[in-house]
Design a protein around this ligand. Structure first.
Ligand SMILES: Nc1ncnc2c1ncn2[C@@H]1O[C@H](COP(=O)(O)OP(=O)(O)OP(=O)(O)O)[C@@H](O)[C@H]1O
Ligand SMILES: [Mg+2]
Length: 486
């Protein structure tokens, strides 16, 4: 127990620096801990519990009163409760013996001093060295505090810092940081706010820069955004403040633990059995197709699943901005674009890579995401004997795909008539994926391309998936059957 006077001083200090509201006995009622580096402020914890790990991290806090976290998901603690029950949180006893002070309660600047001392004498970060540095900084503390500071510093230098527990949540697909105070996850049911907080925007910035550096990319005021793949396969995008508001933003796309195959998609309700058969026939026909859909709709995942059922004897050449596709196929070559270096040189865009890919004897040319001038090279390839080409494209519906391709190609210098004539003869099918209200990503429509008397291409629905998951034939069903029979 700290003496009453010390406790009162801590409360005053917290109030003085705009800290959280305090409850009876000067205890923070919610949401604060961690002031170190990228250290988080997991909000649902009030005090480190006796027997808890560093800073009380070992045990997940209850998301609402009386509700236990799901077993095996210890990382649920950082999720904000969806609904807060009435009543005061239960009182907890402070751990006894040995100065169990959380990182938030350390005097301001102490952590920076400890960090500086550790940096003076480089070496492995260990609790022992942290204890030494704390002592040298004039702050002898107990074991619990040492471990709490150690844990906070460790998060500063490894992994995704305070986002780590979120990334480990079962089923998480996206982790989004909008400045220091707004962190969200998507676990398949839309965005959920979490109680993870960063001390300030500088901490978010440090994390973003460290993750960008892992992939050898620069991220600073001169190059304030980065889009890349991390070594663990996650896709990372960041924009630094003040370009981004309300602060530095980080968007992490977490890859599935293993590549989803068509059968997995059927099991997940994303595809019906007959839908999967149709897609198998499409891949076997070697007809060119695009997977369309909204952001995060499952385009890349479906494309990877389809590439995984391509004949093993075929050679896949993938062209991507940030390499994401991981088809389960024995013969895959990937080409990845890159931005310019510090001197502004060395940028490689997808147009160049598509041209290179064509010289690499691809059996299937795959453009991971068509979003710029590379559409011109892709259309040219599809019209010059490169069968089985495919890729993904952002579009709100299958019928919007020709207009989207047209817009990209016009911007890259192709005229409208040329776009539509190349689309008509090069591309055969559009697979549209959409995310239902239940959060499930589904194949919503299969459309075939049709060129009208005006020379313009439209997408005609051949098969649409009903709310029951069953397939319903549309006016393009006959044309689709012809494509599949080729
Ligand atoms: N059918 C599915 N069932 C379960 N999870 C899925 C399914 N499809 C995709 N996912 C997951 O959803 C996330 C987004 O999927 P994916 O990257 O394929 O979307 P996308 O449409 O390509 O996104 P973007 O627009 O950002 O390119 C990934 O984490 C992926 O593992
Ligand atoms: Mg994608």
């Amino acid at each position: 127990m700290r003496p009453r006077g010390a406790r009162r001083r801590a409360v005053v200090r917290r109030r003085h620096r705009g800290g959280p509201p305090t409850g009876r006995g000067g205890r923070p009622v919610a949401r604060r801990s961690g002031r170190a580096g990228e250290g988080c402020r997991p909000g649902t914890r009030r005090r480190p519990r006796r027997g808890a790990g560093p800073g009380g991290h070992a045990r997940p806090a209850r998301s609402r009163r009386g509700a236990r976290p799901r077993s095996g998901s210890g990382a649920l603690a950082p999720l904000a409760p969806r609904a807060r029950g009435p009543g005061r949180p239960r009182r907890r006893h402070r751990p006894r013996g040995g100065g169990g002070v959380s990182v938030a309660e350390l005097e301001p600047g102490l952590l920076d001093r400890v960090r500086a001392r550790l940096a003076d004498r480089p070496g492995e970060l260990t609790p022992h060295r942290v204890a030494e540095a704390l002592r040298e900084a004039g702050r002898p503390v107990g074991d619990a505090t040492v471990l709490s500071v150690y844990e906070s510093l460790r998060r500063d230098v490894v992994g995704a810092g305070p986002l780590e527990p979120l990334l480990r949540l079962p089923g998480v697909t996206d982790v989004l940081v909008n400045g220091p105070d707004h962190v969200y996850v998507d676990r398949g049911e839309g965005l959920e706010p979490t109680s993870v907080r960063f001390p300030d925007d500088a901490a978010v910035r440090r994390l973003a820069q460290r993750l960008a550096a892992l992939a050898g990319r620069r991220l600073d005021d001169a190059a304030p955004f980065a889009d890349l793949r991390l070594p663990d396969g996650s896709r990372f995008h960041a924009v630094l403040a003040p370009v981004a508001r309300p602060g530095t933003t980080i968007s992490l796309r977490v890859p599935a633990a293993r590549a989803l195959r068509l059968d997995d998609l059927v099991a997940a309700g994303s595809l019906s059995g007959p839908g999967a058969e149709l897609l198998r026939a499409l891949v076997a026909s070697r007809a060119a197709f695009l997977v369309s859909g909204g952001t995060g709709g499952g385009k890349t995942t479906l494309l990877a699943a389809l590439l995984s059922i391509v004949e093993p004897a075929e050679r896949l050449v993938l062209v991507e901005d940030a390499s994401e596709l991981r088809p389960d196929h024995p013969h895959v070559v990937g080409l990845e674009g890159r931005p310019a270096n510090v001197e502004g040189a060395g940028a490689i865009d997808l147009r160049v890579l598509v041209r290179q890919a064509l010289r690499m004897r691809p059996d299937r040319l795959v453009v991971g995401e068509v979003r710029g001038g590379e559409v011109v090279e892709l259309l040219a390839a599809l019209n010059t004997g490169h069968e089985g080409g495919c890729g993904t494209i952002h579009a709100n519906s299958a019928s919007a795909v020709p207009a989207r391709v047209e817009a990209l190609a016009l911007a890259a210098g192709l005229d409208r008539a040329a776009v539509h004539s190349q689309l008509a003869s090069g591309l055969a099918v559009v697979l549209h994926v959409a995310r239902g209200r239940d959060g499930v990503r589904r194949l919503a429509e299969v459309g075939v391309l049709d060129r009208g008397t005006d020379g313009l291409v439209t997408v005609v629905p051949a098969v649409t998936a009903g709310a029951d998951g069953g397939l319903h034939e549309g006016p393009g069903a006959g044309a689709l059957a012809e494509v599949l029979a080729r």
